[in-house]
Design a binder for this molecule. Sequence first.
Ligand code: HEC
Ligand code: HEC
Length: 226
Amino acid sequence: MKKLLSVSIVMAALCAIGASAQAQDAKAGDAAAGRKKVDMCIGCHGIDDYRASFPEIYRVPKLAGQNAKYIAAALGEYKKGDRRYPTMRAVAASLSDQDIADVAAFYEQQGKAEGASAFSSSAPAPSAAVAELLKKGNCASCHGENFNKPIDPSYPKLAGQHPDYLYAALKAYQTSNNPQIGRNNAIMMGMAKPFTHAELHQLTEYIASLPGDLKTVEQSHFRHDE
Ligand code: HEC
Ligand code: HEC
């Protein structure tokens, strides 16, 4: 009984610590705990150039180096069904809010742990046509001048992301009547709307060619230093 009591005092103290950490950050993520929760993810996100085959074929997004707040927001959207991609809906539904915070912290940190990316600031200049599209969409006003430093940590880094994934994502913001494809996000639905598929293709080929933090850390690497 005495032992139980002291355990509960320790628990209460830990909860108090947790609560104060949470006051700073909606859900404080623990990267070390997250590492133990990504077994389910690495079969897709831990294989370079892995392609999903349903409902469309494109490469799965790079997660390492992405902003934790954005990863958590994206997982929350799959969970709620605002993002309709079926596999990710099922995956996100199996995660608690704490799991989401932890895996998000893990992937953000995994980008850093693998060494600062050796990219220079010399991004290739866009063609005149692409420059015009970027201006029309004002994309850099949120995603940052080089698409690697968004103005808010809940916005995604895009530089160096797979072009076929970026293209599929932008088309998804334009799709509203398909149960398996589509993203309800007020901001990006408005942003993607004015562009034709050909224009989205041009935009995403350029953005993917930019140097940035995003990468896929191969599963074998990952297992190595465990
Ligand atoms: C069966 C393959 C598969 C598995 C397993 C999987 N994912 Fe995904 N994930 C995908 C695909 C495909 C997408 C792109 C979906 C879309 O188009 O919206 C995606 C998208 C995401 C995104 C959105 C990224 C962005 O840039 O918006 C996050 C975050 C994510 N996955 C995290 C995870 C985590 C964390 C796990 C494990 C708990 C996991 N995924 C397991 C295939 C997978
Ligand atoms: C007003 C701010 C804002 C502007 C301007 C903006 N974006 Fe976004 N973008 C966002 C936010 C916020 C998200 C995350 C949306 C979500 O949660 O699905 C996002 C998501 C995206 C994604 C999905 C990334 C991923 O990993 O899934 C792509 C691609 C994208 N934006 C491209 C663009 C392009 C291209 C433009 C210009 C035509 C643009 N954005 C303009 C705020 C903006």
